[in-house]
Structures are given as C-alpha cells and as structure tokens.
Design a protein around this ligand. Structure first.
Ligand code: ADP
Ligand code: MG
Length: 495
C-alpha cells in the first residue's frame, strides 16, 4: 500500500502539467462521503445530524461487550451505485478489516474498515477544467464506519466525548495521484461532489462533515520520481481546499529549495491563518495492524444485485450531458455546465422543450439566470423565474417581438416580483420592437438629414461613423428599433 508505483494515466498523456516555480505539483485525494442511510452501518441507531450528544449511540456503537455488528444493506447498495456511476469494478466478495488504534472517541479500540479487498475497485472521474477535459483515476472506494467526536471546546480542562457519529456509514474514495494543480483538485472535488449528490448516496453537506476531503500533496522536478507527500486535512469548503493546497505547495517548495527534505506527515489547514501545520507524522499501514474482522462475514455481492441496482439508477450527469449534446446541439462544455445539478438540468430541459430554442435557453441559464442566482445566493430550485416563464420570454426574442436587451428588462421585472406574464410585461413597459419599416424609415431619414458630417465620414470610409448613426436612430426610436434592421436600412440608404 505504501510503495506507490506511479503509472501514467493514458487519458492524460497529452495534457501538460502547469509548473509552480519550476516544480510539478502532484495531488491525490481521499474523500469520506457520509452515506445517506437512516441508520448506522452496523447498528440500528439513527444517523441524523445535530442531536444531543450520545442520544444516537446504541450498545453496538458504544462497543459494549457482547454486541455484534450487522451489515446495513443500504450502505452496500450505495457503494454499488457509486461504483457503477464511475465505471468501477464491484468486488463480488470484499472483506471488512479492523484498523487498530487508540483514541477516546473510538471505544472499540479499532475502526471497522476495508483494507486489502475493497468493495469498489478502479473507475475514473472525468470533468472539465476550463475547456480542458480531465480524467482522474480512482484507486478504490471502501466502506467503513465513522468514529465519535471529541469535544474540546465545551469543557474547561476536560474533553467531552460524543458517540452519536460513531458507526455512521462512510464511503472512502481514494484517487490515484493524478492531479497536477490546486485548480484541478478543486474541479475534481466538485465533480465528485456532484456525482454523489446526483445519485443521492450522500447529502454533500461540507459544513456538517458529510463530504470530507483530504488532499495528499507533493512536488517534484518534472520527470523526476514522486516526491514525499503530506496529507492536508480539514478542507471543509472548496475555497479552503484551493487555499490550503496553494499554501502547502509553496511551503514544500521553499523547504526543498532550502535543502530540507519533506517528512511524510498529516497537516491541518487553519482557515484563520491560511496556513497548514503539521499535526502528526503519518502512520504507515503497518502501524494499524489491520486484520480481517472475525465478527463480519465477507461482503458478498451477487451479479444479480449489481444488475438490479444498475437498472434502477437515474441517468448520470455525464450521460445526460452527452444526450444534451446530441439532442440539443449544445457544446460539451455547455452541456456539462447545465448538468452541474439535477435541478439545473431539469430546469434547462423544461425551458428548452417549451420554447424550442435550446441554444438560447442554454445561453440564458448560464448567463442571466446563473448571474442572478449567484448574486442572490439562491439555488436553481428557488429561482423566481420558472423554466416555463423563461421559455415564454425566449419565445419573444426568437420571434423578434423584443430585443435581447428588452428581454433582460422583462427578466429583471419578473425576478423582482412585478409579474409573471411575459406579454403583459412587454406591453406595460412598452418594450415591443419597432417592426414597422415605414415608421423606422422616417426616423432614419431624420437622423441622416440631421447628421451630414457622420454621413460624409462613413462614405469616406470611416466605418465607425455608422455606429454614431445607429446610436442616434436607436435613441430616436426610444430603444425599440431592431438593431439589425437599422443596420440593414442604413447600409442600403448610404449605398
Ligand atoms: P495510505 O497508505 O496512506 O492510504 P496510499 O498509497 O493509499 O497511502 O495513498 C493515499 C493517497 O495519497 C492516494 O490518494 C494517493 O493517490 C496519494 N498519493 C500517494 N503518493 C503520493 C505522492 N507522492 N504525492 C501525492 N499524492 C500521493
Ligand atoms: Mg491507502
């Protein structure tokens, strides 16, 4: 387990690593996703967050003598779902192992985990970093139980122990050391977060610890052997993740430049200082004295079970994005952005189908809709402009009733609660484009007569003079002229 042999990821053969001060950054992630089961992984105690300390710990979680663990089928099913979602191998027979260590919040003196034979093996996660498609290989994902919590802050001179979290089901998802920058690591973590929440195996709440990422970071000279890694913990937001990795990379490079070798260690990110600080030197697997847990039989997963789970699974984000590319002629980047959550994807599809203008719908959702949602810190589920209302608005742009700018005014009005009837708002605000050529021509003639200098300049070859004229005409029409029509008319008249 420790002597990690690097093999290159063929899917990334042509992707160049960005360098930091001449060093290549190497990152591998270990993520603990809390599985969304009602009860614990080996007991019937509930898993709900935020209960009074020690009210959700049963004799099994307390490790009382004579108790025995019983596997939660729902946790296994979620592991299978994850494995299928990332194209991994589902082990037909995997083994639970005891990971032995002493800590006050671990009453058994060991954690039940999986070691040599995890339930999910291999697989791959693809995502975009800007326009660049990335691929990160997974090494494994294994089932394990969470430990309890030590409460250091609530008691002076004492430590409280809350065992509510003990036995909460976790899926630990481990990547190969495939990532090459903090930005890529964050993009990977976001994609993983999207997948587990999309398939519904984890609520993804980072503040509550439902999705905990540890980043293994090392640096090396390009082409050299892998450097010694330090594992950065406590990355409970995507923002901190990037900050922590950037700090850690700079720190390691400075050490190496000063001739100090990096020691393998576990470090904690402090969001207040923006620094990482060594917590302990890292244990090796051998320190844990892993051995198969005699209380639990091997986890056997029959092929029929895998097939049943596969048949019941929802369309995955990657598959849906590909469908958007095929059915709606969107670019892969746009389709990926629109499938960032199930709610977003459903909103897009409803709007696109209703207006028959998928490209416009995509532009609006990624532009105006996302901008306002971000500004107001709303999720798409709480969007004040419904998909059907947006579709109606897009319909009025497509049939040239209103300009894009006018549509933005209508959009703002709906957002601000002025109404939901697109046509009524267009009428009330007098935003209809002037499609009557006669009326427009009259304005054009007046403007041309009043601005002989601009006309002369344009005829002398100064293209910019045309803009000044268009501006005057738009003003004369109170913004209701169709800019394209104005342009056409002007060019025709000026020969
Ligand atoms: P452990 O025994 O501590 O679990 P592993 O070899 O399983 O160690 O690796 C744990 C994580 O560290 C994996 O995500 C792996 O990709 C990553 N990793 C391993 N070696 C390096 C390295 N030199 N630099 C960065 N990450 C690494
Ligand atoms: Mg490992």
């Amino acid at each position: 387990m420790n002597a990690f042999v690097e093999t290159t990821n063929p899917a990334r053969a042509t992707i160049k690593s960005p360098l930091v001060m001449g060093y290549e950054v190497v990152i591998g992630f270990e993520t603990h996703a809390q599985l969304s089961t009602q009860s614990k992984i080996f007991s019937r105690a509930p898993t709900a967050f935020g209960a009074e300390p020690n009210t959700q710990a049963c004799p099994v979680d307390l490790a009382l003598p004579g108790t025995l663990p019983v596997m939660n089928k729902g946790a296994v099913e979620r592991a299978i779902q994850f494995g299928l979602a990332i194209g991994a191998h589902i082990a037909p027979k995997s083994i639970f192992a005891r990971k032995n260590y002493f800590y006050p919040d671990l009453p058994k003196g060991y954690q039940i985990s999986q070691f040599e034979i995890p339930v999910v093996q291999g697989g791959e996660i693809e995502f975009f970093l800007g326009e660049q498609k990335m691929s990160v290989r997974l090494e494994r994902a294994h089932l394990e139980e969470d430990a309890g919590k030590s409460l250091h802050e609530d008691f002076i001179g004492q430590t409280g122990i809350d065992l509510n979290r003990a036995g909460t089901p976790l899926l630990e998802i481990v990547t190969m050391p495939d990532m090459r920058s903090s930005a890529e690591a964050v993009a990977y973590a976001k994609e993983l977060h999207k997948i587990v929440t999309w398939i519904g195996i984890c609520d993804g709440n980072m503040q509550e610890g439902s999705f905990r990422c540890d980043a293994n970071v090392s640096v090396r000279k390009p082409g050299g052997p892998l450097g010694t890694r330090r594992e950065v913990k406590n990355l409970n937001s995507f923002k901190f993740m990037q900050q922590a990795i950037d700090y850690e990379v700079r720190w390691q490079i400075e050490q190496i430049e000063d001739g100090i070798a990096i020691q393998q260690a576990t470090v904690l990110f402090n969001p207040d200082t923006g620094e990482t600080r060594a917590m302990r030197t890292k244990e090796d697997a051998a320190d844990y004295r892993y051995f198969p847990d005699p209380d639990l039989p091997p986890l056997v997963i029959a092929d029929e079970w895998v097939q049943r789970v596969r048949a019941e699974m929802t369309e995955l984000p990657r598959v849906m994005a590909q469908r958007f590319v095929n059915d709606y002629a969107l670019s892969e980047v746009d389709a990926t952005a629109l499938t960032q959550s199930r709610e977003m994807a459903a909103y897009f599809e409803a709007a696109a189908k209703a207006c028959g203008q998928p490209k416009l719908a995509s532009n609006w959702i990624m532009g105006e809709v996302s901008r306002r949602l971000n500004a107001d810190e709303l999720s798409i589920a709480a969007c004040p402009v419904s998909a059907l209302t947006l579709a109606a608005l897009i319909g009025r742009i497509a049939d040239a009733t209103i300009s894009n700018n006018a549509a933005k005014q209508v959009f703002d009005a709906i957002w601000n609660g002025e109404g939901t009837e697109v046509d009524a708002l267009i009428e009330a605000k007098g935003l209809k484009q002037m499609n009557d050529t006669g009326e427009l021509e009259a304005i054009v003639d007046t403007v041309l007569a009043a601005n002989p200098k601009n006309v002369e300049e344009y005829r002398a070859g100064n293209g910019k003079a045309l803009n000044a004229l268009v501006g005057q005409i738009m003003k004369g029409s109170k913004g209701k002229a169709n800019p394209q029509q104005v342009n056409d008319l002007l060019k025709a008249k000026l020969g």
